[in-house]
Design a protein around this ligand. Sequence first.
Ligand code: NAP
Ligand code: ZN
Ligand code: ZN
Length: 347
Amino acid sequence: MNIAKAYAAFNSKDPLVPFQFERREVRPHDVQVEILYCGVCHSDIHQVRDEWDESIYPMVPGHEIVGKVIKVGKEVKKFKAGDIAGVGVMIDSCRVCNNCNRYMEQYCVEDMTGTYNATERDGITIAQGGYSSQIVTDERYVYRISPKLDLAGVAPLLCAGITTYSPLRYAGVTKGMKVGVVGLGGLGHMGVKFSASFGAEVTLISTSPSKQKDAERLGAHKFLLSTDKNQMKDADSYFDVILNAVSANHDYKKYLDLLDLNGKMLVVGLPSEDPKVKPFALIKNRRSITGSMIGGTKETQEMLDYCAEKNIVADVEVIPIQQINEAYERVIKNDVRYRFVIDMKTL
Ligand code: NAP
Ligand code: ZN
Ligand code: ZN
């Protein structure tokens, strides 16, 4: 029996508590990873609290996973025992559709399989995530990690990192472009780091005046307080690209107004309620809204290699697993700088 220790939510209201469950035995293409660190994404909170509907309980959240390979199946090519490896938001997909063939498995026509709060492709097994001692995953959905990097800081790259890297690359963010990042949380702070490293002029658009200094330290050139009407008016039609990483319900118009000709708002934040979009805010300057979901396996590896080359990791506060419920409350209160990461040794 391949037992994993974990923390799980049993419903949308009660705190997470210790839990045990069985992982599958390692198959020929599988990699078994002992989990060292797991990031705490706002998506964990949305799903634990059933804010996107149809949550599956008991739920072991966690999709920013870094650890050490402890066993590999006999057909595995990419890994051997002892390697450092990562698992992100997706653990499977159909592998035969057009999008899977393009390594854009997150857009699999039969839907990707999430790392948790999902049913695996056998139609029976409930996928359980990274707030656990180990995980067994097909090697296609496991990533190589440079051991040079700080591993606690690497964990958030598996979701916050790729979710911001992918749309910024897709939008062609480069030197000379004006990029606004809305929301300095887990995703937003990676968005600032990546936009700056791609050479753009970066502005943090925030509701928190206290984050201005941090934004500059993280690479932002300017700070725009979104609650200040005059500052927002001065920034009318200024940006080429806005990365919207807001977790709470809000009106898109406020940020659309800031886009210049052909400007794009890249939406990655997933609040529970549908936002209002005013068509007049879109037709002005021929603006568009583009959604983006994590990134495919090839691009995720590319992002991790880029981070190793440029020495980019997340800014993290490492916590013992016993503090997970308190950490959720602090994320909701906007009191995280800028990602909680669980030290899984404490499990
Ligand atoms: P987070 O760390 O909680 O950060 C969210 C940020 O939003 C906060 O730091 C805050 O920044 C800003 N904010 C909060 N309330 C706001 C409000 N009422 N109006 C404007 N801004 C507000 O969350 P996260 O982990 O980065 O996740 C952000 C969102 O992305 C979540 O909804 C998550 O589910 C989603 N997500 C999507 C994908 C995808 O594939 N698309 C992947 C991962 C996560 P300031 O203090 O600077 O204003
Ligand atoms: Zn996430
Ligand atoms: Zn597919």
